[in-house]
Design a protein around this ligand. Structure first.
Ligand SMILES: [Zn+2]
Length: 324
């Protein structure tokens, strides 16, 4: 098709030169032919939809007689042959789509430390200072409680919740440090707080489940330091973290929202140099909560509530401190 086209052009331009410019030499004529061909070819190759539109809106313009004739040929070819459009408007080279710049994830640049409370090898015979420089000591790990109805160990529930929370936070862009990722370890509260301190975490969340003599007691609560803690001064941030985590946890799970207990008796809180909350996600001594907390579905809701609480804490902390 293109060959035929060029032949047509040669014929047309030859006629024009022979008739209109009698004094042309052969070499001049050849030059004109080359000019016409290159003009037409570049016109063909560079034809854009806008160019076509402009040409039809201004049909006579300052076009040469040759291009007026050519337009007629192109139009008739386009009208008569289905292959014409493909030939007259060659597909532009496919340029690879530029990769869209991914939106930064919400948690990017923030560090969260997660502590799954207790472990399967608690060193109940060992004691440690309740805070830096304290003479008072507490058991390194009491071993925690267990489901009264399901028999699930608290350390196992805590670990499964911590792993789910880790996955969610990492999906949201956070950098996550875990105090443990298995049950068969022996960790005290100083060990756990040290993980959060070394990571310089924006938040340290300690996951536990509660127990009570009274099986009717149920619901979730959080714990943090008081404003007068002698070992650590992160009260405002820790309180905000405790509020956000508790409210979002209860929003997500429908659990009864108990209180925020401010206390300076917990070694894991006193040794933490970063904002810290301890969440008791529910009572393992209450049948309904114990049975729910044994299911994957409810555990996923808990983890999502905790993650939402951390998101909200990061947002609201900026207003609290005026910092990013
Ligand atoms: Zn516990």
């Amino acid at each position: 098709m293109k060959k035929h086209f060029i032949v047509l052009l040669l014929l047309i331009s030859g006629r024009r030169c022979a008739g209109g410019e009698a004094d042309n030499t052969d070499s001049k004529k050849e030059k004109d032919d080359r000019d016409e061909i290159s003009y037409t070819e570049s016109g063909e190759a560079g034809k854009s939809p806008e160019g076509e539109e402009a040409a039809s809106a201004n049909p006579d313009g300052d076009k040469s007689p040759v291009s007026v004739v050519l337009d007629g040929i192109v139009e008739s070819l386009t009208a008569s042959g289905s292959e014409a459009p493909a030939e007259s408007t060659p597909a532009p080279e496919e340029s690879p789509e530029p990769e869209p710049t991914p939106e930064p994830l919400f948690g990017e640049g923030y560090v969260i430390a997660i502590d799954a409370g207790h472990c399967s090898k608690p060193e109940t015979w060992l004691y440690e200072p309740v805070g830096p420089g304290a003479t008072e000591t507490k058991m390194k790990d009491t071993g925690g409680t267990a489901g009264r109805f399901t028999g699930v160990a608290e350390y196992e529930l805590n670990l499964q919740l911590a792993l789910k929370l880790q996955a969610l936070l990492e999906e949201r862009g956070y950098t996550v440090y875990m105090t443990r990722t298995e049950n068969e370890v022996s960790l005290g509260n100083i060990d756990r707080a040290t993980v959060a301190n070394d990571a310089n975490a924006d938040a340290f969340i300690r996951i536990h489940a509660n127990g009570s003599e009274d099986s009717s007691v149920h619901g979730a609560m959080t714990l943090c330091q008081t404003p007068y803690n002698p070992y650590v001064q992160k009260y405002e941030e820790s309180k905000l973290l405790s509020v956000c985590v508790l409210e979002e946890l209860c929003n997500m799970t429908g659990a009864y929202q108990r209180s925020i207990w401010e206390t300076d008796t917990m070694a894991g809180i006193n040794w933490s140099q970063v904002p810290c909350t301890l969440v008791e996600v529910g009572f393992m001594t209450n049948r309904e909560e114990d049975e729910k907390m044994a299911t994957e579905e409810y555990r996923s809701l808990i983890a999502e509530g905790l993650a939402n609480g951390i998101d909200r804490y990061i947002l609201e902390r900026a207003a609290l401190t005026g910092a990013e």
